[in-house]
Design a binder for this molecule. Sequence first.
Ligand code: ATP
Ligand code: MG
Length: 521
Amino acid sequence: MRISLIFKLTIATCLILLVFMLFFSYINITTIKTMLLKEAISEADKFGETIIKTTHYEMLENRRERAYEMIQKVGTLQGIDHIRMINKNGKITFSTEMDEIGRHLNKKEAGCNMCHTDNELKVHASTMNRSRVFINKRGKQVLGIAKAIYNEEGCYLSACHSHSPEQRTLGVLDVIVSLDNMNMQVGDYRNKIVFLILLLLISVSLTITFSIHRLVNLPLKGLLAQTQKLSQGDLDARLQNRSNDEMGELSEAFNQMTTSLKSARLEVTEWGKNLEAKVSERTREIRQMQTQLIRSEKLVSLGRLVAGIAHEINNPLTGILMFAKLTSNSPNLDPFLKKDLAVIINETNRCAKIVNGLLDFSRESIPQKKPASLNNIMEATLALIGQQSIFHNIHFVRGYQPDLPLIPIDENQIEQVFINILLNAGQSIPSGGTIRIETFTENGEFNCVKITDTGTGITEENIERIFDPFFTTKNDRGAGLGLSISYGIIERHGGRIEVQSDVREGTTFTIKLPLFPQGGD
Ligand SMILES: Nc1ncnc2c1ncn2[C@@H]1O[C@H](COP(=O)(O)OP(=O)(O)OP(=O)(O)O)[C@@H](O)[C@H]1O
Ligand SMILES: [Mg+2]
């Protein structure tokens, strides 16, 4: 069962207060009761004294009946239970309660035993000792005070001579007064105290409930709600408590904690994103390197094979070409055969060209590097091939970086690369278009040449293979060696060639050559 904090605190405080108040009230009421009783004893004693003094003369005159009559009248006063006179033998000689007149009292009886102790008579017992509180025959609480009537000089010298001078006391006047009034006052006082205690408990419990609700419960509920939000991942949860106390400090600490948590989560997310980007970047680089490595290995082994074959084919080809030319120049030759021989010479030339290309590809000649400007080499290349028929319908757009730094390169080899790429671009634009040539520096690390054509573009399937030797889509017009030779040259310069193509828009080749090649010349 859930018991609220407020309830527990209120009950505990009220219980402590109740115990304390009950103890306090008990002490208080007991003290007041004792004071009132002392007051009543003193009053009753004075009353007895007054009776003795008033009846003194009548007694001296031995007019007992007259004295008893006076006492009878006094006994009817409010608050007086009854008054009686007892003689030295313990006989009740007079009482306002008639039925007890003539009864003998025992010395041990209440009212007598205060003075008659151990067969000895204490004549001057204190007022307190002479008083007693008891329940009368009507069931009411009363106070009795016995007062000795002394045998004074006037008594034993009076005319009646009924008392001898040796006698010290003549009897006792016993005044019994009602304690109803005192009990009523005490009762009233007790009721007031009970009422005050109740009032105090109610106001204390209300004050505690209200204060705890306002100062503790409400802020705690807010904290609980925001903590639940936080546990569900809402890091924007904030507390609005601005109070200048512990609750305010707790709220402030909570807000600081959520702010730190939020920034930590942001950091982690950001870190995760960066990591993802870095991983994919590295993966791309590794894939590129892997492709390059495979391509390089392929090129090296293929180069060796091709070198052998080309060398072996070159000699017979030279022989075929020489004899075909000699025969073709013979004056006795049948003109029909002359036509066939022209075809043989043409095709042999084509073979020789391919064999030369193969030799170029396989030669792996070490670049003869010296500082040169890529802008200048490009301009020289354009001057060399720009007049060819395939470029007639093509518009060249130049975007050179004017202050492009010189870099160590083999001018002839780089020129060959430019020729290969420009020829390919021109061949891909059969019915006119644009070739855009840009040069620029990248990250202070590379000099770049970007050649963009508006040609047919390369399919995704083919783009993986364009650097492979003998890969061509140009049927008998191409040997498929231009790009693989170019790739080898750029690689030997410590650079790289990148290609990006869209079948609808065209192709871009980017050649990147290092400003400071590793193991540079
Ligand atoms: N700019 C380009 N636009 C479209 N396709 C291209 C482009 N450059 C290269 N290619 C494709 O790449 C293939 C390989 O080119 P590469 O230069 O190696 O050989 P080739 O041009 O076919 O023959 P070769 O250059 O030996 O005469 C081409 O056949 C062509 O399909
Ligand atoms: Mg080509």
